[in-house]
Design a binder for this molecule. Structure first.
Ligand code: PLP
Length: 386
């Protein structure tokens, strides 16, 4: 095998998949593992959505479509964003993609050049840093800290923005902390983005999984619609992680470049999945409401559970389906403790450092699992920690 391209050294990864593989290996040896590492709802995709996909296949929607997504899907996304976020977009500003991930990767590839700086949340979803580095940009971490309820310090953001700042990534509700940015945070980000001519990539894949108040998009602040790439996906909201479907709204010129990258790679999101995605957005939403209600009960249970473990201290997050307990009082580093929790207690979770260097001192648990399993997981760790 020859030498690999230099750019591959700059590509990161998402370690959740590696932990899942380690857990599966232990299961193959006969151990029972409680899975609290995976960021996907443990619910089935609602029936009306599944039926829409099957009907679409039988109706023959199995050929190529437009790279930006089928017109009917883009129109449905326009209607949805108007209704849900009060913002009006034209279909040529919408790009449909196979999942949320390409909406991180391709806009970054399209906009970020060597030397451009991109400010991103740390701890944060690991694909941001990976994509920025791969594009040749400079990844500038912005700390989301426990003391600030897993929000960032505005003064720190101000200090990090300079003439080389091309993009700022915002993620609320946030993975891995469950933190939700407040109106005052979004307002100040908007002012700074406008003043400094910065593009904002707003990752809103947890927009519907909010326990207090309502989600608000940064794109709705003055001057922001024309500089925001608003991304959302069906994955978390409709329990559709494996279907691979995401959607985004942005200025038309960015949408054109993103679409060109689609044409060069996967062409477009699967046609019948797009049709099912319209049903998800426009059909009944009661399954989503039910799921969020269940997540809230689990959140309350896992927060109490985490706080009952020696050396753990856990805030109650306002969104998403993760908790991010502080484990510094255990005297162990995050990776050592995550390994010990897996190997000795049989509970799979992630080290905070899977989400960047600033995740040291924390573990991430997903509560997209039954109350019974959450309680079993907590009990096992409590026993192990003595
Ligand atoms: C913050 C965040 N953005 C994007 C994604 C990717 O979502 P998708 O599975 O739709 O590509 C995830 C998935 O875990 C996420 O947590």
């Amino acid at each position: 095998m020859g030498k690999f391209a230099e750019r591959m050294n700059r590509l990161g990864t998402e370690t959740a998949f590696e932990v899942l593989a380690k857990a599966r290996a232990l299961e193959a040896q006969g151990k029972t593992i409680v899975h609290l590492e995976i960021g996907q709802p443990d619910f089935d995709t609602p029936d009306n959505i599944r039926k829409a996909a099957v009907d679409s296949i039988w109706a023959g929607e199995t050929g190529y479509g437009p790279s930006a997504g089928m017109m009917k899907t883009r129109e449905a996304v326009c209607r949805y964003i108007e209704k849900d976020r009060g913002l009006s977009y034209a279909p040529d500003q919408i790009v449909i993609a196979p999942g949320g991930k390409p909406i991180i990767f391709y806009p970054i590839l399209a906009l970020v050049d060597h030397g451009d700086e991109v400010i991103y949340p740390n701890p944060g979803y690991p694909i941001y840093e990976s994509a920025i580095n791969f594009a040749g940009g400079k990844a500038v971490p912005l700390k989301y800290s426990e003391e600030r309820d897993f929000r960032f310090d505005i003064a720190e953001l101000e200090a990090k923005i300079n003439k080389n700042t091309k993009m700022l990534i915002v993620n609320s509700p946030q993975n891995p902390t469950g933190g939700v940015l407040e109106d005052s945070d979004l307002k100040r980000i908007a002012e700074l983005a406008v003043e400094n001519d910065v593009v904002v990539l707003s990752d809103e894949v947890y927009s519907k999984i909010v326990y207090e108040g309502e989600h608000r998009t940064i794109a709705s602040y003055p001057g922001m619609q024309e500089r925001t790439i608003l991304m959302d996906a069906h994955s978390k909201t409709y329990a559709m992680t494996g279907w691979r479907l995401g959607y985004s709204a942005m200025p038309k010129d960015i949408a054109e470049k993103f679409t060109k990258l689609n044409t060069n790679t996967y062409s477009h999101a699967t046609t019948f999945v797009q049709t099912a995605g319209i049903e998800a957005l426009e059909g009944p939403q009661d399954e989503v409401d039910k799921m969020v209600k269940i997540f809230k009960e689990r959140r309350d249970a896992i927060v109490d559970g985490m706080n009952s473990i020696k050396g753990f201290s856990c805030l109650k997050p306002k969104g998403a389906f993760y908790v991010f307990p502080n484990i510094t009082a255990t005297g162990m580093d995050s990776q050592t403790l995550a390994d010990k929790v897996l190997n000795e207690a049989g509970v799979a979770c992630l080290s905070g450092t899977c989400f960047g260097a600033m995740g040291e001192g924390y573990l991430r648990f997903s509560y997209a699992n039954s109350l019974e399993n959450i309680e079993m997981g907590v009990e096992r760790i409590r026993k192990m920690m003595g």
